[in-house]
Design a protein around this ligand. Structure first.
Ligand SMILES: C[S@@+](CC[C@H](N)C(=O)[O-])C[C@H]1O[C@@H](n2cnc3c(N)ncnc32)[C@H](O)[C@@H]1O
Length: 259
């Protein structure tokens, strides 16, 4: 199924979700996932974090909010220059750089909290990325991963409800929760909590869907997109909800304090 999904994607993709045009669409149409942000802020408080890293920070909208709410020193990495290019460069306490999760340009054992939002399904090598995220965390530090489970993918009211052709692609590219659990265990990360967060909102504008601000909309045909957009447009305004599956883990090992 994964092979069929990627072959179909190859035929229909007209531009990348995170290339220059895609990054502009993302910056215009994607907003903060407030449930995820609250979960990150709660972990900052509970672990008395001073140093935070967002892996796959994109336009850095979550990282900026974390910096503003906590005053933590924040680092963000992302491989897409276009996504990073949309961020106002270099504000105090906020450091952004072009890098992949699989090769983090940071020294070992000094970050208090590492998190990612909607990134693990993009990773080329999940195990190397988890190894890297564990490496940069201080012992006792926290890793928070916001992703989707099979259940949250199938229950997406908009993407799965109006664009059902996205579902097999998403199930093929998102790592199953069991696979993520073993990646944690293999890299000395003890899962301490897992839960679903919700962000209810009212959709009033169909453009995020028409302009493919969600990467899975790059994986379906133009016809399927047009049918879903027309149905969605008829139903606006529409009260809806976005959900994320959140995993919180702690790096095992003696807590040697902040290095
Ligand atoms: C859905 S966007 C999420 C961006 C950001 N976390 C947010 O919530 O707005 C996914 C991001 O993952 C980044 N990405 C793709 N492959 C990656 C990798 N191997 N390591 C780190 N980030 C990656 C993409 O460039 C993109 O910015």
């Amino acid at each position: 199924m994964a092979h069929a999904a990627s072959a179909a994607a190859h035929k229909t993709v007209t531009s990348g979700p995170y290339d220059h045009a895609g990054a502009g669409v993302y910056a215009r149409h994607r907003g903060l996932q407030r449930g995820v942000l609250e979960a990150v802020l709660a972990q900052c408080r509970e672990s008395c974090a001073d140093t935070v890293l967002e892996v796959g920070c994109g336009t850095a909208m979550h990282l900026r909010a974390v910096r503003e709410a906590t005053g933590c020193t924040c680092w963000g990495v992302d491989p897409s220059p276009a996504m990073l290019g949309g961020c106002a460069a270099g504000s105090a306490g906020l450091h952004l750089c072009r890098a992949r999760a699989e090769d983090l340009p940071l020294r070992a054992a000094w970050i208090d909290l590492v998190y990612s939002v909607d990134v693990v399904h993009h990773l080329r090598d999940l195990d190397t990325a988890f190894d890297e995220m564990a490496r940069v965390l201080r012992p006792g530090g926290v890793l928070l991963t916001a992703t989707d489970s099979e259940a949250t993918i199938r229950a997406r009211p908009l993407l799965s409800g109006y664009f059902p052709e996205t579902v097999p692609h998403e199930l093929a590219r998102y790592p199953a929760i069991g696979r993520l659990e073993s990646a944690h265990a293999q890299h000395g990360l003890e899962i301490v909590d897992a839960f679903v967060v919700e962000h209810p909102y009212v959709l009033t504008d169909v453009r995020p869907f028409r302009e493919r601000a969600y990467s899975c909309l790059h994986l379906i045909s133009a016809d399927a997109l047009a049918v879903g957009v027309a149905r969605l447009e008829r139903d606006l305004p529409l009260a809806t909800v976005s959900r994320n599956y959140v995993i919180v883990a702690r790096r095992q090992g003696a807590n040697r304090g902040r290095l």
